[in-house]
Design a protein around this ligand. Structure first.
Ligand code: NDP
Length: 603
């Protein structure tokens, strides 16, 4: 009955046929090993977790056993924001510990050609007003973003307090001394009263578990460690050393979409191994209008981020300030259900959103036909799933790359991935592709266990291991702190308000954590952690409000959004469902009460 009603209102959409096609495409790709199909970095690939190709090798320094008030682990945007906000709160006895040779995190490691933020830069780059900087374009490229990280480091005087090229190997609470001991790859055993873990959400590369992956005798690298020594060129392209090389790239996610155009322009021959096509919409980047910059009023960035979040979360909004393809899909598809559930009724709103989704994806598929000249290649590049089954991508150069005579798309969906890697190349669809180089655009540890993502042990009171404590789900107050782990704070995506504009979310978290640490110090508190009761209440709140649409996720093609098709695991339902703006309002209210409610304070 509902279906026929839907068809009446959308005669141009064959709902049943599309649902059947989506299901068939999903079933074809579903693997019983879900996210266990991916390899942890080991053997020769361990270098991606341990080495830094951007610095001179051989850096050493004497081990440190000193003490600081606050240690921030991670010098990406979240760690820098934590340090900056702590300084603003008057906490100056700080140390940042960073694995790379400079600030930047994601934007330090990911230097592949074409790397660009895919959220509008005026919302994405943090601290723009504080630093008096406006990005050059609507979507910044990596060099500008990396420079902005350095700008933050200089502005907040973070360089003198940062230990670069230092990887934490263990974090352990010392009950007797009531502080954390931080061990690192330099033999350090530093002490810190407070620790902020700002480790990033996609910082550990992962590799596909393709049989024979260790046997390849040519050159290979992961996109997060782009080897310009081998390819030539830089982040803007000009990969001149590939002119006589046959190159394979595995993966067609958000990263691959951005680097494939440069590979296509420069490699003698490029094979793109695709298991699931991305949805690729237009980008429409443009230079920043100086007149617009002149018109900006104080508070403009916070207002813009707030407006973006309202649209993403389906709240009422007056104007769409960002007005791009992100906000369009949320306005028309995802946010529509929430905005209209009350007036239309939830079922009708969901049905309407499904039709809007089919329309949007039809347009995405039509765009492939419009751009890609070879009909067989175009057919393979069409995504058959709902828009938010995978991260939407936006790029104006990716699809035209397949019109180049030196670029071939190899569809490996039938075999659920590349079949095998040999000493000479790759096997797919019964053919061996001999190549000089394999580039892994295979993503990051996002859904795997906390321990695997973090890469070191966090030991709380009595040696309690955080990854064991969280083995059956996060246990936190507001996502930042966990009972049994005194003076430890976490910036991430656990049980807090999630936003696709990650840096805005990190900044909100950093400000909240800085407030708690500053307040604890003002009150002469030496240990602060959630009470078990407050933690339990927050875990229940998250569960109660959880609106995970399991049916939606289950119907999706596998990917990290649905834990590779196994919706029983992963992070689904682990965020504050009312959204980031509601979460921030809740925290602002909590702070305004000034009681540090739910935290036990030991003087
Ligand atoms: P993804 O995890 O999104 O993509 C990995 C790719 O590897 C997928 O296409 C996957 O196929 C493919 N793959 C995995 N195993 C195999 C196999 N055995 N055979 C063939 N193909 C395989 O990683 P990305 O690095 O692209 O992106 C990760 C995240 O980083 C993004 O989702 C986004 O959040 C972020 N990002 C953000 C950017 C920004 O501008 N802010 C830019 C780039 C990335 P399948 O889809 O079938 O699993």
């Amino acid at each position: 009955m509902t279906v026929s009603k839907r068809q009446e209102t959308a005669p141009d959409i064959d709902v049943e046929a599309l649902r059947a096609r989506y299901k068939a495409e999903r079933d074809k790709r579903l693997r019983t090993d879900a996210d266990r199909q991916y390899n942890e970095l080991s053997g020769d690939f361990a270098r991606y977790a341990e080495e830094d190709p951007y610095v001179e090798p051989g850096f050493t320094r004497a081990p440190l056993t000193d003490r600081v008030e606050v240690a921030v682990i991670g010098g990406g945007f979240s760690g820098m924001l934590a340090a900056a906000r702590l300084k603003e709160q008057g906490v100056t006895e700080l140390r940042i510990i960073e694995a790379g040779g400079d600030f930047g995190g994601t934007w330090y490691w990911n230097r592949y050609p074409g790397a660009q933020c895919d959220i509008e830069s005026y919302c994405y780059l943090p601290l723009l007003e504080e630093l008096g900087y406006v990005p050059k374009e609507k979507y910044s490229y990596v060099t500008e973003i990396y420079e902005h990280c350095q700008r933050i480091g200089k502005h907040y005087d973070l360089y003198p307090i940062t230990l670069f090229q230092t990887r934490v190997s263990e974090l352990a609470w010392d009950d007797a001394d009531r502080c954390w001991i931080i061990r690192t790859n330099h033999g350090d055993a530093m002490r810190a009263r407070f620790v902020v873990s700002a480790l990033g959400t996609a910082s550990r590369a992962k590799l596909p578990g393709i049989p024979g992956i260790d046997s390849f005798e040519g050159h290979s690298f992961h996109t997060s460690r782009w080897d310009y020594g081998y390819t030539g060129g830089d982040t803007t392209g000009n990969l001149w050393k590939l002119a006589d090389k046959t190159v394979a790239i595995i993966g067609t996610g958000a990263t691959a979409i951005q680097c494939i155009p440069a590979l296509g322009r420069h490699a003698k021959q490029l094979y793109v191994f695709q298991r699931t096509p991305s949805s690729v919409d237009t980008r429409g980047n443009k230079p920043t209008d100086p007149e617009w910059v002149k018109s900006l009023q104080p508070g403009w960035q916070r207002a813009r981020r707030h407006n973006f979040a309202d649209i993403i979360e389906g709240r009422p909004f007056e104007h769409d300030l960002v007005n791009d393809n992100w906000t369009a899909i949320f306005r028309e598809v995802q946010g529509f259900v929430i905005r209209n559930a009350k007036t239309m009724g939830p079922e009708a709103a969901i049905a309407h959103a499904e039709v809007a989704d089919f329309r949007k994806m039809n347009a995405i598929r039509q765009r492939v036909d419009d751009v890609v000249e070879d009909p067989a290649t175009a057919e393979k590049l069409k995504p058959w799933y709902r828009q938010f089954c995978k991260r939407p991508t936006f790029n104006d150069e990716f699809l035209p790359t397949f019109n180049r005579p030196n670029v071939e798309l190899v569809d490996v969906s039938e075999s659920k991935g590349v079949e095998r890697i040999t000493p000479k190349g790759l096997i797919a669809n019964g053919r061996e592709y001999e190549v000089d180089c394999i580039i892994y655009a295979s993503g990051f540890e996002i859904t795997t266990s906390f321990k695997r993502r973090v890469g070191f042990d966090i030991k709380g009171r009595g040696g309690l291991l955080l990854h064991e404590h969280w083995a059956n789900g996060y246990k936190t107050l507001h996502g930042f702190a966990s009972h049994g782990f005194p003076n430890w704070f976490y910036i991430g995506v656990s049980q807090n308000g999630l936003s696709v504009n990650m840096t805005a979310m990190f900044d909100d978290q950093a400000q909240h954590i800085a407030y708690i640490i500053a307040e604890a110090r003002k009150r002469g508190v030496t240990e602060v952690e959630p009470t078990p009761e407050a933690q339990q209440e927050w875990v229940s709140t998250i569960k109660k409000l959880s609106v995970v649409n399991r049916a939606y996720l289950e119907s999706c093609t596998p990917g990290y959004y649905n834990n590779e098709g196994d919706v029983s695991g992963g992070q689904a339902g682990q965020t504050y469902a009312p959204g980031i703006n509601a979460f921030n309002a809740l925290l602002a209210d909590w702070r305004s009460q000034g009681e540090l409610r739910g935290l036990s304070l030991r003087v």
